[in-house]
Design a protein around this ligand. Structure first.
Ligand SMILES: [Zn+2]
Length: 184
């Protein structure tokens, strides 16, 4: 290891939940130590760092008696509201719901249909989330239903101050969404 950057790249390993995005991320790892202040379109103000803290809070609610892998998400609506989500497992396994979809479904139930960004933090129970954790394919597809893939931002963060920000289109290239059905 030549320097600190090499160490960090080495530490950025494949996330158990979705490996491919982390592989393309190695060249673009960046720190969130300086707040990225963004004003949401309709007045809400929250930095990425603040949103990541909300995702960490949500992670504490995870129900994971089987995998013991806990994930939290914080979703921002265009109107500036924040919806939290955690993963919720099930003894039958397949009914398990991811943190990202929990946040989306809560928001949609309350009438929200437009979103700007989501922060996701995940890792083994009892850990401080040592690795970045990317949304699974199912969650990316749910995002595709409600979000503009060109502008919706997905922010991955770990417990060591590292984060990665990508658009939905970058996370789900050639995605299939509502627009694909409009001409039929
Ligand atoms: Zn998922």
């Amino acid at each position: 290891m030549k320097n600190h950057t090499d160490v960090l790249i080495f530490q950025l390993r494949v996330c158990a939940e979705a490996s491919q995005i982390l592989l393309i991320a190695e060249q673009n790892l960046k720190f969130c130590s300086r707040p990225q202040r963004k004003t949401l379109r309709n007045g809400g103000k929250m930095t990425n760092e603040e949103l990541i803290l909300e995702a960490k809070k949500a992670r504490k609610h995870a129900y994971t008696p089987y995998s013991h892998f806990q994930v939290g998400a914080a979703l921002v609506t265009k109107s500036g509201k924040i919806y939290h989500g955690c993963n919720i497992e099930n003894a039958a396994y397949t009914p398990t719901n991811c943190a990202e979809r929990t946040a989306f479904f809560r928001a949609v139930y309350e009438g929200e249909r437009e979103f700007t960004k989501i922060a996701v933090v995940g890792g083994p129970e009892g850990s401080d989330a040592d690795e970045l954790c990317a949304p699974c394919g199912v969650c990316r597809q749910v995002m595709m239903e409600f979000c503009d893939p060109e502008t919706f931002q997905i922010i991955l963060a770990d417990g060591r101050g590292r984060c990665l920000q990508r658009t939905l289109k970058e996370m789900l290239p050639f995605g299939f969404g509502p627009e694909n059905l409009e001409s039929h």
